[in-house]
Design a protein around this ligand. Structure first.
Ligand SMILES: [Cu+2]
Length: 355
């Protein structure tokens, strides 16, 4: 009797799992169920392909026939090599150092190889007497093509200045924005004129072509001038700017005349995306302060790197013109490098920590 009861309880426990499932646990298993469904689907697809008759699986090879007058370049490994070269180059951009050099060389070699393939192909075609030059008769009737335009070139010039402005800030950015907006508005205006012509053509049946544009000499000259002025202003080449920060600028080099600086304080000035000095000194084994005067309307910082290139001090960058003082933990005696992490190629120098 006892045995029967136990068996019955066992059956009830089992059915309980099915009748009152633990929903939380089931939902947690959902990804597993999804995985099973995907695996089942893939397995079914593989099975289907496996069961297709051999005739359909491997149709007879059709020899491609190129139409008359059309030349197709032969197969080449150049794109694959170029892809490998580009891959190495991008790895180099991430990891820097010798991988970058290797990537550059690899990409250059593969592109040269590709160029050679192209030239071989061209030579092959060039001596082909039957090939006629292709003459474009213009668009077929009923198709309207917009005329040539300098707007895309102007717009890309504007965007180039804009991006330079994003890096260097200040007036360059302002001119870049102005340039880009002007170019885009001009482009929009061209499109509006074109659209009006097409609408008119619907009633008159005659589509007048816009006259070909002349070289935009005036626009390019004005903007070239503005860009030069903006670069000069941002870099602080103009006398007015050094007159504004005047006493601070030259005084930086004549620091001894001011109050004697604490030996543990390092003074750094950034102006025109440059540090005003290439060498700094500091005492060893004592906490330091960095007085950083960022005179630029761009973001800069001052990081210290040891001889191995490891960052031993990482300042938080800030946008000028502004002056901030930072605490730096004590450094051991030795040669260090200081740089702006945003413009390391333009802003760097040697920091000597001596006993
Ligand atoms: Cu910087």
């Amino acid at each position: 009797m006892e045995l029967l009861q136990d068996a019955w309880n066992g059956i009830l426990d089992l059915t309980k799992l099915l009748v009152i499932p633990d929903w939380g646990a089931l939902i947690a298993l959902l990804p597993v169920f999804m995985g099973i469904v995907v695996i089942a689907f893939v397995a079914r697809t593989i099975l289907m392909y496996a069961r297709i008759g051999p005739r359909r699986r491997r149709p007879g090879r059709i020899k491609p026939v190129t139409p008359d007058g059309i030349h197709m370049p032969g197969p080449t490994y150049a794109p694959i090599f170029a892809a490998i070269g580009t891959f190495l180059l991008f790895m180099g951009l991430v990891f820097n150092g010798w991988i970058l050099v290797l990537g550059l060389i690899a990409l250059l070699l593969t592109l040269l190889y590709w160029g050679r393939e192209g030239l071989t192909d061209y030579d092959h075609v060039a001596h082909h007497p039957q090939l006629e030059p292709v003459v474009h008769a213009g668009p077929p009737p009923g198709v309207h093509l917009p005329g040539p335009s300098f707007r895309p070139i102007l717009a890309s010039l504007g965007v180039a200045v804009l991006f330079a402005g994003l890096v260097f800030g200040g007036w360059v950015l302002a001119v870049g924005v102005l340039f880009t907006i002007t170019a885009l508005l001009g482009w929009l205006n061209d499109a509006r004129k074109e659209y009006k012509q097409v609408i008119r053509a619907d009633t008159t049946g005659h589509l007048e072509n816009e006259p070909a544009p002349t070289w935009p000499k005036a626009v390019v000259s004005v903007f070239a001038f503005l860009v030069i002025v903006a670069v000069a202003l941002t870099a602080g080449w103009f006398p007015p700017r050094s007159a504004v920060g005047g006493t601070a600028g030259p005084a930086g080099s004549a620091a001894p005349s001011g109050p004697p600086a604490d030996p543990g304080t390092i003074e750094v000035v950034a102006q025109g995306v440059k540090f005003t000095t290439a060498t700094l000194t500091a005492p060893a084994d004592k906490p330091l302060k960095v007085d950083f005067d960022n005179k630029d309307p761009a973001s800069h910082d001052v990081d210290f790197l040891d001889a191995a290139g490891k960052k031993v001090y990482d300042m938080k960058e800030f946008t000028g013109p502004a002056k901030k003082t930072f605490d730096v933990p004590a450094l051991a005696a030795g040669a260090y490098k200081f740089e702006c992490s945003i413009h390391p190629a333009l802003m760097n120098g040697q920091l000597t920590v001596g006993g």
